[in-house]
Design a protein around this ligand. Structure first.
Ligand SMILES: Nc1ncnc2c1ncn2[C@@H]1O[C@H](COP(=O)(O)OP(=O)(O)OP(=O)(O)O)[C@@H](O)[C@H]1O
Ligand SMILES: N[C@@H](CCO)C(=O)O
Length: 309
């Protein structure tokens, strides 16, 4: 039976001001999924590595399995699939761990059927998997992981996504402290409504970031990378957040914030050397609080999930 391997990258959701509507893909880390078609129906997770035995092996509870089940049903296939997942993204990290598994699985299974669906058409299956993983079908991790680049989710009903062009010299530093935050929990702490003055600040920043990326205008990007909705509440869940952010900006980053629902911190810089320096500085900050961390520096990944063999 035919078998294929695909990779899907980590993603930074929200990007400070764009709660649930912005996300971009980075180069690494990336989850790896190998799918083999079977002649009998049903999706089976054959093996998972790299998760310390923590992820569900039951297909209907694992984002890779849920996405493949939804795909096979949508094309009316009578075949089944076996999935091997090499988990490279840390769980509950804010780097889109649950999304990377479903994105890789969808790109692999779609390829095995000669790509009957576009990347955009695969999105609802990955969103359904997000609902299983964290109780909310947000698309700001799955969309950039599947489509690549910097993605706007303009609306959810109906789903309307658009890629925002980004300048070639934009580097992302991800610093992942060895802490876990469940998306479900960090969504629960947010308020159901926001004051009008915060809404005005936020939509000014959202529009400013889009214009800043498209022009490009780095001053505008810098002024727009602020969040008055989620960060003021969620930052309490990340030890030393204010110092961490100040240190990133002091080292030359354009902006710094919580990646997705945290605890990973993202920073954007205009040069690789600045992005590296920011990574080292933030790692030292976490170390001073006796927290180990991993650093990933890369450009924005315009391709997203890809088949590798
Ligand atoms: N294949 C999978 N990979 C990762 N998590 C999965 C997977 N399948 C199911 N899950 C469940 O999803 C949850 C992890 O999702 P969570 O949203 O907390 O982390 P995350 O994806 O890293 O965060 P974020 O969405 O903030 O980037 C865990 O409870 C885990 O059991
Ligand atoms: N937009 C989502 C992303 C989770 O990674 C949130 O912040 O809850």
């Amino acid at each position: 039976m035919k078998s294929i391997k695909a990779l899907a990258p980590a993603t930074v959701a929200n990007v400070s001001c764009g709660f649930d509507i912005f996300g971009f893909a980075v180069e690494a880390p990336a989850d790896e999924v190998i799918i083999t078609l079977t002649s009998t129906p049903g999706v089976v997770i054959k093996q998972i590595t790299g998760d310390g035995g923590r992820l569900p092996l039951h297909a209907s509870s694992n984002t890779a399995g849920v996405a493949v089940e939804a795909f096979l049903e949508s094309i009316g296939s009578e075949q089944g699939a076996e999935i091997v997942l090499h988990k490279k993204l840390p769980l509950g990290s804010g780097m889109g761990s649950s999304a990377a598994s479903s994105a890789a699985a969808l790109v692999a299974i779609n390829h095995l059927y000669d790509n009957p669906l576009s990347r955009e058409q695969l999105l609802p299956f990955a969103m359904e998997a997000e609902r299983i993983a964290c109780g909310s079908a947000h698309a700001d991790n799955v969309a950039p992981s599947l489509l690549g680049g910097f993605v706007l989710i303009r609306g959810y009903a109906p789903l309307d996504v658009a890629k925002i062009p980004t300048p070639p010299n934009l580097y992302c530093t991800l610093v992942h402290p060895h802490l876990e935050l469940k998306t479900e929990d960090s969504r629960r702490v947010l308020k159901a409504s926001i004051p009008m003055k915060d809404a005005i600040t936020q939509w000014g920043n959202i529009a400013g970031l889009v214009v800043g990326l498209m022009k490009p205008d780095y001053g505008l990007i810098m002024r727009s990378l602020h969040d008055v909705v989620a960060e003021p509440i969620r930052s309490a869940l990340i030890p030393g957040f204010e110092n961490i952010k100040a240190e990133s900006l002091r080292n030359g980053a354009l902006g710094c914030g919580i990646s997705g629902s945290g605890p990973t911190i993202f920073s954007l810089s205009t040069e690789y050397s600045i992005a590296e320096r920011v990574g080292k500085a933030l790692q030292q900050q976490f170390e001073s609080m006796k927290l180990k961390s991993d650093v990933f520096v890369s450009k924005i990944n315009d391709a997203g999930a890809r088949v590798v063999a």
